[in-house]
Ligand binder design. Structure first.
Ligand SMILES: Cc1cc2nc3c(=O)[nH]c(=O)nc-3n(C[C@H](O)[C@H](O)[C@H](O)COP(=O)(O)OP(=O)(O)OC[C@H]3O[C@@H](n4cnc5c(N)ncnc54)[C@H](O)[C@@H]3O)c2cc1C
Length: 416
């Protein structure tokens, strides 16, 4: 391959923060709010001009995972910021009808449903308002490019935006990029699942339709009355940290969108007048890198509902796909230990969201956006505590972390 030597440049240092969060998806926005609420100077870097990540930029308008589905009592396993966001959406009339079969709950504190369809515009608004109120310093339309690492310790990040290339310095960096971009650049060990290990997983493009009057009896979509968000064409799961592969996947999925709606109309005549009114900027990407942490969650941990001393969140979502298409494996909920958020070999760094240290099977459960927000909240609290106490994430006192999470209404025990 032909190469080019880029000349070295002197960069302006535009921010000096306690906590830098890279990525404003469900994990990153929760991390930033939690960190800023603890008084840490918190910067959030996001490539788009709004928050929500896959929820908004990929129109994945269905957030799952507030409670397990184990009869008879179906326990709520996530509270904290994720619950606060749903209650705020309820006030804003920002909840639709989820396609998931589930018991009905009144959407009150401690009484949330398993899954909610979210009005993605109100979700952007509500999460932005929470960030602004918490004092998060938002840097939108900004792309994370590289890390600044000294003696194995991340001391800042390099970003690009319309103003050019800049350096931001921080005491702790939270990688909530979904893809583990920061951790990978900093030299933390990671792996990417071979696609044949998860053969039924597809990346997919979602799209919004205006129903145009008539509506099917069973829409099986995120239902917002006159519009609905439907699952569009899938493409085989791609290594989407490869720009060429991502680009090919976008082309392949987008060229099939209208054909996909026509096929839906053939199967469901009540959709005859439906029109596509929105496709999102980004294909829905399920998984890319997983960052090797101090602990790697296993299938047995999830299936046996294993409890950990350093629990920071609980995931009780079904494990789909891996055990057969749509064959749900029910479990009460398993602990996510803090150590899964602490990457090996690199200091001053935490990971949050879908790239935490986990095998495929438990990932299939905690990748849902509700446990992902709980994990993000934990990373934000941990980062703020590290900044405050001058302790490395690897050495953080997890009793202190748990006390702070409980004070923020997080759920760390089943039923308690
Ligand atoms: C097809 C599909 C279906 C799904 N179905 C559901 C479902 O029904 N219910 C559910 O709850 N979950 C579902 N999920 C899973 C869920 O959406 C994700 O696991 C979750 O959004 C991951 O959150 P995250 O914050 O870790 O990452 P993301 O949502 O990927 O957010 C990452 C953020 O970081 C930003 N970013 C990334 N790189 C950079 C960079 N270099 N510089 C600046 N910003 C950057 C991105 O713009 C984004 O905002 C689905 C996912 C897919 C793809």
């Amino acid at each position: 391959m032909q190469t080019y030597d880029e000349p070295a440049r002197r960069l302006p240092v535009t921010r000096q923060a306690d906590v830098i969060v890279v990525g404003g998806g469900p994990a990153g926005l929760a991390a930033a709010i939690a960190s800023a609420r603890m008084g840490a100077r918190t910067v959030l870097i996001e490539q788009f001009g709004y928050l929500g990540g896959t929820a908004t930029a990929s129109l994945m308008a269905c957030i799952n995972g507030f409670r397990n589905q184990v009869e008879p009592d179906a326990t709520q396993t996530v509270r904290g910021l994720a619950e606060e966001i749903v209650l705020r959406l309820k006030e804003l009339d920002g909840l639709g009808r989820s396609p998931y079969p589930q018991k009905s709950y009144p959407t009150e504190p401690g009484r949330l449903e398993y899954s909610y369809a979210i009005d993605t515009e109100r979700f952007k608004f509500a999460t932005l308002q929470l960030c602004v109120d918490a004092g998060v310093d938002l840097l939108f339309h900004t792309y994370f490019c590289d890390t600044i690492v000294a003696h194995g310790q991340v001391t800042g990040v390099i970003v690009e935006n319309k103003s050019g290339r800049q350096a931001l310095l921080g005491t702790v960096v939270v990688d909530a990029s979904g893809d583990g971009d920061v951790a990978a650049r900093a030299g933390a060990p990671f792996w990417q699942t071979h696609m044949d290990e998860a053969p039924r997983l597809n990346d997919a493009i979602m799209y919004r339709i205006a129903l145009g009057g008539s509506r099917p009896a069973d829409l099986h979509a995120c239902d917002f009355g006159s519009t609905a968000v439907v699952w569009g064409p899938g493409v085989p799961a791609m290594p989407c940290t490869d720009a060429e592969a991502l680009s090919r996947a976008e082309v392949e999925a987008r060229l099939r969108v209208y054909q996909d709606l026509e096929a839906k109309k053939t199967r469901e005549p009540a959709l005859a007048a439906a029109r596509i009114v929105e496709t999102p900027p980004l294909l829905g990407i399920r998984q890319t890198r997983f960052i090797q942490g101090e602990y790697r969650l296993t299938a047995d941990d999830a299936i046996e509902g294993r409890r950990f001393q350093d629990v920071v969140a609980i995931s009780s979502c079904p494990i789909i796909h891996y055990y057969g298409y749509r064959r749900y494996l029910e479990h009460e909920g398993y602990d996510i230990p803090y150590r899964c958020l602490v990457p090996l070999q690199v200091e001053s760094l935490l990971v949050a969201g879908r790239c935490i240290s986990s095998d495929q099977q438990p990932y299939e459960s905690h990748r849902a956006m509700v446990p992902i927000m709980a994990i993000g909240q934990a990373a934000g609290v941990a980062a703020a505590l590290c900044g405050r106490t001058g302790v490395q994430p690897r050495a953080l006192d997890t009793d202190l972390l748990q006390q702070e999470l409980l004070a923020q209404n997080a759920q760390l025990r089943l039923g308690g």
